[in-house]
Design a protein around this ligand. Sequence first.
Ligand SMILES: Cc1cc2nc3c(=O)[nH]c(=O)nc-3n(C[C@H](O)[C@H](O)[C@H](O)COP(=O)(O)O)c2cc1C
Length: 225
Amino acid sequence: MKVRITIFGVVIIALVAAIFTFNSRNQRNQSTTTTSTQNRSSKPVKSANSGKTLVVYFSRREAASSIYKDKPLPIGNTKRIAGMIAKKTGGTEYEIIPAKSYPRDFKTTSEVAQRELDENARPKIKNPLPDVSGYNTVFVGAPVWWGDYPMVVHTFLDAVDLNGKNIVPFATSEGSGLGNFDSVLSSQYPNAKVLEGHFERGKDVADRRSSVESNVNRWLNGLGY
Ligand SMILES: Cc1cc2nc3c(=O)[nH]c(=O)nc-3n(C[C@H](O)[C@H](O)[C@H](O)COP(=O)(O)O)c2cc1C
């Protein structure tokens, strides 16, 4: 038990160090839950709530989602947010399921994730991709992993064309806000309109669900939903 606690403590310290490094490197102003809308290019795309909405997300399924709890949560943090978005927008959910599951324990998952990031890997997706052609607005959400979308989300982004649509990033993380999600989407799809994104702290999703849902609904109201 003592050994498990020690290992868990070491992992938390490593993660906090990674978050700190990422935050200082990016010098992003992420003191509020939503991102700034400045410097976004205006593309001729219909408003978010006109037409169909797709809510794409990845969320760790295997075990503990909250890094503060050494026990599994029944539903991942980002999956919970995706559900809230789908409920409020009437959108369709699509979960990105990796062909190869991640390990159950946090430490090994973080090692695998770090390797995938270093190698700029594109892990395979298990389930068929959605036909995105009929959607006007696509939300793309995930936990922040080492400041970035998990690489399996990059696999998804490489495989579908979201140009000409509204795209909305959302994230759960423990200190990195939306990570680099905005810039990933803008550079991947230069002819899409990247709308104001939103993040919630993973720990809050697990512990303060109703206030998190109010935050999410307020953000979506601001997008016109
Ligand atoms: C491999 C890995 C890397 C992570 N990297 C970061 C990070 O860079 N910044 C951060 O704030 N949180 C980081 N986290 C914490 C998760 O983003 C956070 O706990 C999230 O809410 C988990 O969401 P999920 O339950 O949907 O998988 C990381 C977690 C894992 C497993």
